[in-house]
Design a protein around this ligand. Sequence first.
Ligand code: FPP
Length: 225
Amino acid sequence: MIPGHVAIIMDGNGRWAKKKSLPRIFGHKQGVKTIKEIVKAANDIGVKVLSLYAFSTENWKRPQSEIKSLFSLIRQFIRKELRELNDLGVKLRILGDLSKFPENVKFEIKDACIITSQNTKFELNIALNYGARQEIIRAFEIMTKQGIKKLTEEVVSSFLYTCGQPDPDLLIRTSGELRVSNFLLWQIAYSEIYVTDKLWPDFTKDDLKIAIVAFQKRRRRFGGL
Ligand code: FPP
């Protein structure tokens, strides 16, 4: 079975650059190249939803210069890739709170979401200023405001950024760390976790296939026998 939803914690851009004695931004630039390759590969393989953790609520602690470079890379990515993503039938969704983002970045991102909103072949979720705990609190705030009394798992799911999408079947983390780092905590309740030592800029479509084969060998019991 091909996992319908794959979520990826893209880690190791900084280490990749350090290994090459380059500034960290070069690692992020290379990371964007990997994003392009993996989006296409996931789509070709038959994955339906791909969630990428690009900027966490904790990433604001990084130096201003790095944050600025990340914004600029995100903008460039959307500018350069929008047409191709649209042609591939990709629908873009942002997970997270864009309100703190610079106006020009926000505009570009929102525009891309509107342009691709009718696409149905593949959904690309990009997590930006995202934190799962914040996402869950936000969901409960909205439910409280709306006076929702009957809480079920389906109701809570429907107030998360991923509403309407299946939960991730597979969560991949690159560069070896054994943590989920506040990513999709509610949604990954039953996800299979695959960690590779490869740094994100070195992660290839073959590595994605290897992760999917490993996933296919797991027996998912969802708490049953
Ligand atoms: C992790 O590496 C990477 C990130 C926090 C940023 C990922 C973002 C991009 C690849 C840039 C643009 C995004 C899009 C959606 C086009 P790290 O810096 O934490 O690496 P380290 O742990 O080795 O320092």
